[in-house]
Design a protein around this ligand. Structure first.
Ligand code: ZN
Length: 205
């Protein structure tokens, strides 16, 4: 168990494509544990192996409410088997400290993967909820795609990046999502996470 260093935007490794995990060895299991430790230590909800310098197709997520029990999920060699709808949402990434910008995501997504023991499982994220968005965000990392590539407003994203001393948006990496943008704009489908407010409303202590 160890906390690893997270690569920051600008590191060329983050733009590379990760390779399939051929065998779920002790080394892979240790890596998954380290990734979870690293994610929790940085208050993240997801972390891909490439972010700690390992070009392997695996990521970890935990979208449980901070007041609930931990619910770590390890996904190895994930594949998106279904996706539809579109939402706009404010997103961040552990490789972009303090950067948040609005991006487009599918509303619903189904992912098939192997767990830490090599057992296949299916996980579904629905209604643009955090799980749906985290699955897409982390899956993207395995293909060298970063959340800012999905920016709804690249000028706004650029401004925040500059404020935080990070490199500019890479214009050639921006993903054309006109159809998704239409859905978001016409249905006003914006997701806003208000975990703390919800807790207050529910009267949780
Ligand atoms: Zn990320």
């Amino acid at each position: 168990m160890a906390i690893r260093k997270i690569l920051k935007y600008g590191d060329p490794l983050l733009r590379q494509k990760s390779k399939e995990v051929s065998k779920i060895s002790k080394k892979i299991q240790t890596l998954a544990e380290d990734m979870l430790d690293t994610m929790y230590a940085n208050n993240g909800v997801g972390l891909a192996a490439v972010q700690v310098g390992e070009l392997l197709r695996m990521f970890v997520i935990d979208v449980s409410n901070p007041k609930e029990k931990y619910n770590p999920i390890v996904l190895i060699n994930p594949k998106i088997i279904k996706k539809d709808g579109a939402v706009g949402c404010n997103e961040g990434c552990l490789s972009f400290p303090e950067v948040y910008t609005e991006v487009r995501r599918y509303k619903n997504v189904t992912v098939k993967a192997l767990d830490i023991k090599g057992k296949p499982f299916i996980i579904e994220g629905k209604d643009g909820e955090l799980l749906a968005r985290a699955l897409q965000h982390e899956f993207d990392h395995l293909n060298g795609i970063l959340f800012i590539d999905h920016s709804r407003n690249r000028f706004e994203a650029d401004k925040v990046l500059e404020e935080k001393g990070l490199p500019h948006v890479e214009v050639d990496k921006l993903i054309e999502e006109a159809e998704m943008e239409d859905i978001i704009a016409t249905t006003n489908s914006i997701v806003v996470d208000k975990i703390e407010d919800d807790e207050k409303a529910e009267g949780n202590d």
